[in-house]
Design a protein around this ligand. Structure first.
Ligand code: TGC
Ligand code: FAD
Length: 405
């Protein structure tokens, strides 16, 4: 049964948005409705990323949407967030693709890159001519990327990269990989504050064209989550790149963590989209489905309690994301604000997916409805970009001043 999405606005949230923000949201919503919803269940079953949507999304300005120049749309952070919400209302995999391209590849080039790097890559990534991926996580280092083993060694006017990266979104379809690796500091550049890493080494970011000898990407199969997204392992064996491929302004773990803030912010909005899709589907189903005395299940108190919980939590999540977005537009966000929004909103969305699945009974496990797909996707979203518990510790550190990692 097809249950069309109606949006969720219990507390006149729309009155907090301006005309441009509402327009951006309705454009993204229509795009998803027309282009993704008709194919997403097939993509999910087949484990296929809908690559045919890459260029149409570029045409709508979705890549690097909040950056200025280089063909980027120059959206506000709130507008960008609303786009992410609508994409993830369709599927977390499509939002992931846009997150990585925008926040984890274009943002570091824009923020840490040379003029030449910006000119070479940003227009091509914005237009979808080129695809990027972001390699931070390694097989043995996920939550603790500061301990990474990947190394870049200077040799004349080149760097030679060695290492393994794991769980990399868009890895095998990328033209360029944003690779984070440690470089031995020349004596005069040693960073004594870099206490988590060995003192003589510093994390830096490198642009690695994926057709270079020694670079391999292999897809991870058998995922029960984010099936419509490409996830790969990367292997770099003596990959030689010119020294001009180093992003000059990267210095230490702080640089990739700054990129993560951008992506985590988008996820905080995206999760609302997934939650809204589940809640609206469950609400409509509950009003139609009859059990006992020919009464809709929506008339039972226990079902109403679930629906009331969901609409309350979605409303709180909308307000949280909007406030973080407004602060971001005023350049007042701290990374702990973003952690609070990512942690809360993804947890909220996963709970909504579980409650909605319950309301649909057996139908909830079938892909005639989007709920189980969202639920499985959200298990990854809870883990990537900093697990739920890592964000708890980031908040704990901030409010107590004590590091519990
Ligand atoms: P720590 O010593 O705390 O920090 C090193 C320096 O960085 C600063 N910092 C940050 N700066 C900006 N933004 C942040 N979020 C920051 N967090 C920390 C910090 O102040 C320090 O600065 P300075 O000036 O003193 O040098 O570093 P640590 O090694 O103790 O690690 C802290 C921790 C655990 C919070 C960090 O490692 C972390 O966030 N871990 C989680 C890893 C993670 O999120 N990985 C994500 C990989 S990418 C991904 O999942 C993509 S999925 C995309 C998709 O498909 O949508
Ligand atoms: P671990 O770090 O091993 O954590 C396992 C468990 O231990 C978690 O519950 C965690 O919270 C807990 N834990 C760890 N340390 C502590 C502690 N100090 N205190 C309390 N609990 C702790 N990475 C990229 O670099 N690029 C990508 O594009 C990318 N895409 C991804 C796509 C998918 C589908 C997935 C699933 C992951 C992706 N990742 C990517 C990796 C992701 O960022 C990591 O999975 C995540 O950071 C967690 O690392 P881990 O899986 O190694 O778990």
């Amino acid at each position: 049964m097809v249950i069309p999405f109606r949006g969720v606005d219990f507390l006149e949230f729309d009155s907090l948005l301006n005309d441009d923000e509402r327009l951006v949201r309705s454009t993204a919503r229509q795009f998803i409705e027309e282009n993704l919803i008709p194919i997403i269940e097939e993509c999910n079953r087949a484990g296929r990323f809908p690559r045919e949507l890459v260029k149409p999304m570029a045409a709508l300005g979705f890549y690097g949407a909040s950056l200025q120049g280089y063909g980027c749309a120059g959206m506000s952070n709130v507008e960008y967030g609303l786009v992410m919400q609508e994409l993830e209302r369709g599927d977390s995999g499509l939002r992931s693709f846009v997150s990585v391209q925008s926040a984890l590849v274009m943002y570091p080039i824009y923020t840490f890159g040379s003029d030449e790097q910006k000119q070479q890559w940003l227009p091509a990534l914005q237009s979808g001519e080129k695809i990027g991926c972001f390699g931070l996580t390694e097989p043995d280092f996920g939550s603790n990327p500061g301990a990474m083993r990947s190394r870049a060694r200077k040799s004349g006017r080149e760097y030679i990269l060695n290492g393994e990266k794991m769980w990399i979104t868009s890895g095998s379809i990328a033209d360029v990989a944003m690779i984070w690796a440690k470089v031995e500091n020349p004596k005069e550049e040693k960073d004594e504050r870099n206490t988590r890493n060995t003192k003589d080494e510093c994390v830096r970011g490198f642009l690695v064209e994926t057709d270079r000898p020694g670079f391999k990407a292999q897809d991870i199969h058998g995922k029960w989550s984010l099936r419509a997204s490409v996830t790969s392992g990367l292997s770099l064996q003596d990959v030689r790149i010119p020294e001009s491929n180093l992003l000059p302004a990267t210095q230490g773990l702080k640089s990739p963590l700054m990129c993560l803030n951008q992506a985590r912010y988008g996820i905080a909005w995206g999760a609302i989209g997934a939650a809204m899709a589940c809640y609206d589907c469950a609400l409509q189903y509950a009003q139609l489905r009859k059990q006992f005395h020919d009464k809709p299940i929506a008339s039972h108190q226990l079902v109403q309690e679930k629906l009331a919980w969901m609409v309350t939590e979605i409303t709180k999540a909308q307000l949280l994301a909007l406030q973080v977005g407004r602060l971001k537009d005023e350049k007042k966000t701290q990374h702990q604000h973003v952690s609070m929004a990512k942690r809360n909103n993804v947890w909220m969305a996963l709970e909504c997916a579980r409650l909605s699945r319950d309301i649909l009974g057996a139908n909830g496990v079938a892909d005639d409805y989007p709920i189980m797909r969202h639920m499985m996707n959200l298990e990854s979203v809870k883990t990537y970009e900093g697990t739920h518990d890592i964000h708890t510790l980031i908040l704990g550190q901030n409010i107590t001043g004590l590091d519990a990692f």
